[in-house]
Design a protein around this ligand. Structure first.
Ligand code: SF4
Ligand code: SF4
Length: 445
């Protein structure tokens, strides 16, 4: 008899995406039916996102009140509402492997998205929005950046964009920079390497598309904090998008193409004992968890995963090694801090909160709930309202303490929360900016 819930630590099976069975539509439908039926009997995840309410409404409004009353063609409605935050797997589901029911809801949604992609059922808009590197390269050209930013803030242009591209006109979009992070990043001020028991003493920074093209200040703040702590750093010599937006679209061949660009230089740095830091949780997660599951036999991917740190994971471990400076000069007051899903599922604990709580004169209100944006999901016309609805409890909890700062490791979630909060006196700042401010370091131009 099957045990009710697993008492063992969850594991994840590699994603068998090269097997012909993976893309077999009948086999996929059978697996969707099996897992949806378990979910219908369980319903624990009803409050997490709109995928589960969509499924349960389909069941409840069907002829039999059971899954056999749902037309399998409607399964795609559930798949479309999933933005792969992983929270159901990580925080709710008692039936994840090693439980014999083997429920990995997000990776089943990923498989369904991959089949949809291979069948060509993907809009031009989705392909465009997931091409973060190509879009950024174009939009961050000086005059182009100013034009794109002006159009993004222009009502009639946004209405046209909604009609043509399906980007919701109310979604505030991050600006493009005319000064890319990788072009202007300064050299490290230190050469000497002090390895700790838990941390390599030298860092390689994987910039990410978002930091490179949208908010280079986050990268500048990371370098300023590294310099202040006398940790030498280099930028990764050559990088492409981590592949997370393509993964979320189900375009696994594109994920592999990007992996071929990224992994060789990163693996070399990993073998040279660099800690590899990326300031965007989704990108960190891609290297730490998703690529190893997609390419389980690739030793380079494994080496990179082991060398990859979230910046606050690195700084907290550096502190435990007795090697983090604590000469903080500037109290921050009240900080409402949101821990994004893709930081939670890295399974390293709340490292940003831990470090922010070390700062004198700083009270941290931690909000641990999905904000509902995801990378591109919450900008799309058909999902914008749901993204705002999922985020509402987060907006309220973030505003609750009348904070001086609002902050999220995910800068896109941070912008989404700021938009959802509406009028506020709080300043939005990435946790790395907060750390730089607390050290009393000047913002880099
Ligand atoms: S991965 Fe996230 S969005 Fe997808 S079904 Fe689970 S909780 Fe919902
Ligand atoms: S994913 Fe797991 S916990 Fe969530 S509804 Fe399905 S069976 Fe229940």
């Amino acid at each position: 008899m099957a045990r009710e819930g697993s008492l063992e630590a969850p594991t994840r099976h590699p994603i068998d995406w090269r097997s012909p069975d993976f893309y077999d539509a009948d086999k996929l439908d059978r697996e969707l039916h099996r897992v949806f039926d378990i979910c219908h009997g369980c319903r624990r995840c009803v409050s997490l996102c709109t995928a589960f309410p969509t499924l349960f409404d389909l069941v409840d409004e069907g002829k039999t009140g059971e899954l056999d009353g749902v037309d399998a063609k409607d399964y795609t409605k559930v798949v479309d509402q999933c933005y792969l935050c992983d929270l159901c797997y990580m925080t709710k589901c008692p039936y994840v492997p090693p439980h014999e029911w083997n429920v990995d809801f997000p990776h089943l949604m990923l498989r369904a998205k991959a089949v949809k992609f291979r069948d060509g059922e993907i809009r031009f808009r989705d392909k465009l929005l997931s091409s973060t590197d190509a879009l950024g390269k174009l939009a961050a050209i000086p005059v182009v950046a100013q034009t794109v930013n002006a159009l993004n803030a222009n009502g009639p242009a946004r209405s046209a964009m909604e009609k043509v591209l399906g980007v919701h006109h109310e979604r505030k979009l991050p600006p493009y920079t005319a000064s890319r992070f990788r072009s202007h990043a300064t050299r490290a001020k230190t050469n000497g390497t002090t390895n700790g028991e838990r941390t390599p003493g030298k860092v390689a920074v994987y910039a990410t598309c978002y930091v490179n093209y949208n908010e280079p200040g986050i990268g500048d703040d990371l370098l300023a904090v590294l310099d202040h702590n006398e940790i030498p750093y280099v930028l990764v010599e050559k990088e492409a998008c981590c592949g997370m937006p393509k993964l979320e679209l189900g375009d696994l061949d594109a994920v592999e193409r990007l992996k071929r660009v990224n992994i060789p230089p990163l693996a070399k740095l990993a073998r040279d004992r660099y800690a590899i830091l990326t300031a965007i949780p989704s990108c960190t997660l891609m290297f730490k968890a998703e690529l190893p599951l997609l390419f389980p036999d690739d030793a380079d991917v494994k080496a990179v995963a082991e060398a990859m740190f979230d910046p606050f994971e690195y700084f907290v471990l550096r502190n435990r090694d007795g090697l983090l400076k604590k000469d903080f000069k500037q109290p921050l007051g009240k900080v409402s801090y949101h821990i994004p899903c893709h930081a939670r599922v890295q399974n390293v604990g709340q490292k940003t909160r831990e470090l922010l709580e070390l700062l004198p004169g700083t009270q941290v209100n931690t909000v641990e709930r999905c904000s509902g944006h995801d990378g591109t999901w919450g900008v799309k016309t058909e999902y914008f309202a749901n993204a705002m609805k999922i985020g509402r409890p987060v907006f309220r909890a973030m505003a609750g303490t009348d904070p001086d700062y609002i902050s999220s490791d995910c800068p896109i979630a941070g912008r989404h929360i700021e938009q959802g909060m509406g009028e506020t006196r709080a300043r939005r700042a990435h946790p790395l900016a907060l750390l730089r401010i607390a050290y009393g370091l000047a913002e880099r131009p």
